[in-house]
Ligand binder design. Structure first.
Ligand code: FAD
Ligand code: 2HG
Ligand code: ZN
Length: 483
């Protein structure tokens, strides 16, 4: 069964309110409203109550009551997720559990290079805390001013520095989790070596709230880079970008921290819709790479290495034009172009998203095949290909044809073809041995796609885990996998 349909009785709601205290709940429609709407407005749910516990003990108390009464819970962080995972269903029988008040940094140990933070901490605040201690917390994504670390870990977020530092999963040493029966795993160990049996924390990282509630984590810190070089590069095509990535990795002693592809269509949307943006290059080109290289050494050798790599690549015909940021401010302006792509797609009408990965070497083939295939399905459709190709990851979003009205029936008719277009693109991904969700997860949006593409053995094992940890199916039911 996908969802729990029973409305929680008034007595259950009263028990939950009492357990969390007056500051920790609301049933006010206006206060609840922003929590009930998914990031792009594709889902609007309802909830019986919004809980905002401020301690792990309060989370555990609430979950215990829900377990006893068979009440479904939807955990929510910053509500920036793109798969509808944090949005309750329309029936309104679930409890929404916001982690936003559970937001203390519990410890920062510069010698152990660790930061212990509660789930509701905003990602940007953790980056700043690390920076203040002359350390780096490398998880970085466009939503970092709003998303919360609990949401990042629950989606196993990626972002722009995976190439060097890994996904969110790779940045976790210890985890505190409230299980679906209300028990707490107190696993906040800051150990780099711990082979004491199964690595249980991995179950909850990327589980999207379906196996428990993450309440705190011990996160890895790194030395803060002393020199960062940012380059905005016009490349011949995606194949040239991938060749440039390999050359930049070897030419800089593997100093590449971010390597993002940007198509002209994506850049044009940003330049049109995002105030204060400007094209860093004088002429228009079809494809760009935005590259960050960083080093712990501030001697200037990195800049020379990047310049030499770009000059060689230009001679080889891979690079058409390039500019290296002359200041941190210029670097920021280049990154603003990249980080604004999601926002800039919105006024362009319906956008059907694909968050996919393939082996890095297969990125050019994927873009070529997928672009041709969607154009055959809907003439005039506009592929907006961009993203973390350094990880083999492409955000292959397709906007509705340019000439159509961007709102109302034409937009709805276009979005109604979401499943059909997904299937076309995901079949290509599958043929190239890729993944239909590189970083955004499954949520509600891709439950059927996952069941279609994942092997029956893996799906059954996922179901077994779900049934074992959450036998009453109260943790974010109907998301990721249906038991
Ligand atoms: P939410 O959206 O609130 O929740 C996401 C899922 O996690 C839901 O299933 C929810 O139930 C569950 N959950 C939340 N908190 C907890 C918890 N404490 N315990 C258990 N389950 C929990 N994503 C990337 O990976 N890389 C990017 O580069 C990136 N860029 C983005 C840029 C923009 C402009 C936007 C709007 C989004 C972007 N995202 C990106 C998507 C999104 O920001 C990430 O998925 C992020 O990790 C979600 O965090 P959140 O706190 O908003 O989680
Ligand atoms: C990014 O990398 C995000 O900017 C969002 O993951 C991608 O809009 C999107 O599909
Ligand atoms: Zn992304």
């Amino acid at each position: 069964m996908a969802t729990v349909l029973k409305q929680p009785p008034a007595a259950t709601l009263e028990r939950l309110k009492t357990a969390i205290g007056a500051k920790g709940w609301t049933a006010d429609p206006a206060e609840m409203s922003p929590h009930l709407l998914e990031e792009r407005g594709h889902y609007r749910g309802r909830a019986a109550l919004l809980l905002r516990p401020a301690t792990t003990a309060e989370v555990a108390a609430a979950v215990r009551i829900c377990a006893e009464t068979g009440t479904a819970i939807v955990p929510q962080g910053g509500n920036t997720g793109m798969m509808g995972g944090a949005t309750p269903f329309e029936h309104g029988n679930e409890i929404l559990l916001s982690l936003s008040r559970l937001n203390r940094i519990r410890a920062l140990d510069p010698l152990n290079y660790t930061l212990t933070a509660e789930a509701g901490c905003i990602l940007a605040n953790l980056q700043k805390a690390a920076d203040d201690a002359d350390r780096l917390f490398p998880l970085s994504l466009g939503a970092e001013g709003t998303c919360q670390i609990g949401g990042n870990l629950s989606t196993n977020a990626g972002g722009v520095q995976v190439l060097r530092y890994g996904m969110a999963r790779d940045l976790v040493l210890g985890l505190e989790v409230v299980l679906p029966d209300g028990q707490v795993i107190e696993g906040l160990r800051g150990l780099r070596k711990d082979n004491t049996g199964y690595d249980l924390k991995q179950l909850f990282l990327g589980a999207e709230g379906t196996l428990g509630v993450i309440t705190a984590a011990v996160l890895k810190l790194f030395p803060r880079p002393r020199e960062v070089e940012t380059a905005f590069v016009a490349v011949r095509d995606p194949a040239a970008a991938i060749e440039l990535l390999a050359r930049t990795r070897s030419g800089t002693g593997d100093a590449v921290t971010a390597f993002e592809l940007i198509s002209r269509t994506a850049l044009d949307m940003v330049l049109t819709h995002i105030p204060g943006t400007a094209d860093p290059l004088s002429a228009k080109h079809e494809w760009y790479a935005l590259i960050d290289c960083s080093s712990g050494d501030s001697g200037g050798g990195l800049r020379e290495a990047v310049e030499r790599t770009l000059a060689d690549a230009m001679e080889a015909g891979l690079v058409i034009d390039a500019t290296l940021a002359a200041s941190a401010q210029q670097g920021k302006a280049m990154w603003r172009l990249r980080d604004s792509i999601t926002e800039a797609q919105k006024p362009e009408g319906g956008s059907i998203k694909h968050d996919v990965s393939v082996p890095v070497s297969s990125v050019p083939a994927f873009i070529a095949e997928a672009s041709a295939a969607v154009a055959r399905a809907i003439p005039g459709i506009r592929p907006v290909a961009f993203g973390h190709v350094g990880d083999g990851h492409i955000h292959f979003n397709v906007s509705q044809p340019a000439g159509e009205p961007k709102q109302g029936a034409p937009r709805d008719a276009y979005l109604a073809r979401w499943g059909e277009i997904n299937r076309i693109v995901h079949d290509i991904v599958a043929r190239l041995n890729g993944s239909i969700s590189a970083e955004h997860g499954i949520g509600r949006r891709k439950v059927d796609e996952l069941a279609h593409y994942k092997s029956p053995v893996e799906i059954e094992l996922m179901r077994t885990l779900k049934r074992t940890l959450d036998p009453k199916n109260i943790m974010n039911p109907g998301k990721v996998v249906v038991p």
